[in-house]
Design a protein around this ligand. Structure first.
Ligand code: DX5
Length: 226
């Protein structure tokens, strides 16, 4: 097995909002690469989740980065609000905006890292032309909108395609996998070549033992000293 130190981004979608400060600090203490915040507006996806004030308050209590995963109909407007609130990375859905170029430009102008997320049905060809301009691509391995779903294996084929494009064109974007990542599949997710994995219910669940849950994931890897 390749010796790597996996970049795991706990998703607070699965956390109990009443214990958010405690749980996010625990995740940071136990090796979280960054925190992933799933923002849902009830239109692009049925659920409604977090607003900018959650992010501005999270920024006060943790040092690691906060990535905002916008699952909203108006990512142009929401990008501004969440950048103002302190977001370090904005990931918007290719399927949610009329002008990807314009939004990428705006986010970069704000000196914030920018990522595009693609739904399971969206192909790499659909977003290929943006890859030279973005910092990250998020391959959704579930239908966006809720946690606790099973990983759709066929979506992982996009990782190989993306790696080839990155190598062939000397690009630098990171590849993030989001959805259904658990103990049973996290090793293969990183072996296939993902750089970051978003993990929700495998970390934040009714066991409430975040330290144990994160250690169980990291222990699956031979950790290379950073
Ligand atoms: C779906 C969300 C989830 C979440 C990860 O819209 O983006 O993928 O963050 O949740 P789990 O790890 O429970 O699938």
């Amino acid at each position: 097995m390749k010796k790597i130190f996996p970049k795991i981004a706990p998703s607070i979608l699965a956390a109990n909002p009443l214990n958010l400060e405690r749980d996010v600090k625990e995740a940071e203490k136990n090796g979280a690469y960054r925190i992933s915040v799933d923002v849902m507006d009830g239109h692009f996806v049925p659920d409604i989740t977090f607003g900018p004030s959650v992010v501005s308050n999270l920024k006060k209590i943790i040092d690691i980065d906060i990535e905002i995963h916008l699952m909203v109909d108006n990512p142009e407007l929401q990008s501004k609000f969440f950048i103002d609130a302190g977001a370090d990375v904005i990931t918007f859905h290719f399927e949610s905006t009329k002008d990807n170029e314009d939004l990428i430009r705006y986010i970069k102008q704000r000196q914030i890292r920018v990522g595009i997320a693609i739904k399971p049905e969206t192909q790499v060809d659909d977003i290929k032309k943006y890859l030279s301009e973005i910092d990250e691509i998020t391959v959704m391995t579930v239908v966006p909108g809720k946690g606790g779903q099973s990983l759709i294996k066929t979506c992982l084929d996009k990782v190989k395609e993306l790696i080839k494009i990155r190598e062939d064109h000397g690009l630098k974007f990171l590849i993030q996998i989001d959805g259904g990542v658990k103990k049973e599949n996290i090793c293969s997710v990183f072996e296939i070549g993902a750089d970051i994995a978003v993990v929700g219910t495998a970390i934040f669940n009714e066991s409430n033992n975040i330290q144990y849950n994160m250690k169980s994931l990291f222990n699956l890897f031979e950790i290379t000293e950073l």
